[in-house]
Design a binder for this molecule. Structure first.
Ligand code: FES
Length: 163
């Protein structure tokens, strides 16, 4: 086992990992945050999406040790207690998920999109979510949710990025 450090959702953590451990497994098993999901483990589904040093990444495709010293934000970083992040609230309002398995990745990818493109059109939303697969809903309500959340993004992101 090898010691490493991660700052997860703003909290510095020291964990011990096998050199073969994937970041998704370190987050779930060593850090104990299970909102990051394990789907395909091949980089295709996006269920394992986290924000790694400021950019979304598929944590099944990253060795934990290669992220030593990095900052990771997971889906658990979004809500403030019972107050949902605007992107979460929009997904809730638009019924944009069913089983919820893809949801953590969808939310983090949507948030990243809105930070760079506060008022995306449907094509931009679909392009951004290209690497996040949902097997339940189809994508219409997901696109609606991201467009709805953009209403917040256009007013609040510049002054105070959505948490
Ligand atoms: Fe990482 Fe599917 S579990 S992309």
């Amino acid at each position: 086992m090898t010691a490493m450090r991660l700052t997860v959702n703003g909290v510095q953590r020291e964990i011990d990992v096998d050199p073969r451990t994937l970041l998704v497994h370190a987050i779930r098993e060593q850090v104990g945050l299970t909102g990051t999901h394990v789907g395909c483990l091949t980089g295709d589904c996006g269920a394992c999406t986290v924000v790694l040093d400021g950019r979304t990444a598929k944590s099944c495709s990253v060795l934990a040790l290669s992220a030593d010293g990095s900052a990771v934000d997971t889906v658990e970083s979004l809500a403030d207690g019972d107050d949902l992040h605007p992107v979460q609230q929009a997904f809730w309002d638009e019924f944009a998920f069913q089983c919820g398995f893809c949801l953590p990745g969808m939310l983090l990818t949507a948030k990243e999109l809105l930070e760079s493109t506060p008022d995306p059109d449907d094509a931009q939303v679909l392009a951004a979510l290209n690497g996040n697969l949902c097997r339940c809903t189809g994508y219409n309500t997901i696109v609606s949710a991201v467009r709805k959340a953009s209403g917040c993004a256009t007013t609040c992101v510049k002054e105070s990025p959505c948490r």
